[in-house]
Design a protein around this ligand. Sequence first.
Ligand SMILES: [Zn+2]
Length: 214
Amino acid sequence: MGKKTKLMMLGPPGAGKGTQAQRLASRMGIPQISTGDMLRAAKKSGSEMGKKAAEYMDKGHLVPDQVVIGIVEESLKSPDVADGFILDGFPRTVEQAEALDSLGIKLDAVLNIQVDEDVLVKRLGGRRACLTCGATYHVEHNPSKEEDICDKCGSETIQRDDDKPEAIRTRMGAYRGKTAPLIEFYRERGRLYDFDGAQSPDEVTAAIMSVIEE
Ligand SMILES: [Zn+2]
């Protein structure tokens, strides 16, 4: 089996998807593609699909599935992705995954980073932010010198509402509801690879690389 180069990241908020996607992109020399990036590029290019997307985006509306899929098709046929790509945030639904399949774009591996809710609550719950200068801290991994005081500007640091345990559990529930069907979709097709996101980022990268290069 050759190297896997058509990749997709899956995992809840706080699982470290973005970090892993960035590392893979630079190690493998392939682009990391988010839906937002694709839409902005299409709008700029002025293609038919780009114009359609722009109409929705300029009004602040959600771009419908059909247009998103059209833009994904354009993006994944560009020479930039001839050596592969890492999708981040697409497909988001089983319908989008089916559309990708029907375009003849077959993902080699879907990288599913699994993290327990408790680990996530601890990880995201330890974040602190300074509202004055935007500096961020973590009570365990990157604490400020003085508790609750920003090193850079001396203001008080706070826990964002988004990072409070209740909010994290709500976000996890929403994620599970939306993506569980996608996990099964790719598992049934033998393309899903699970990774333990409770490990250190280096350990997760090593595990992913061994799957990609096998
Ligand atoms: Zn500050």
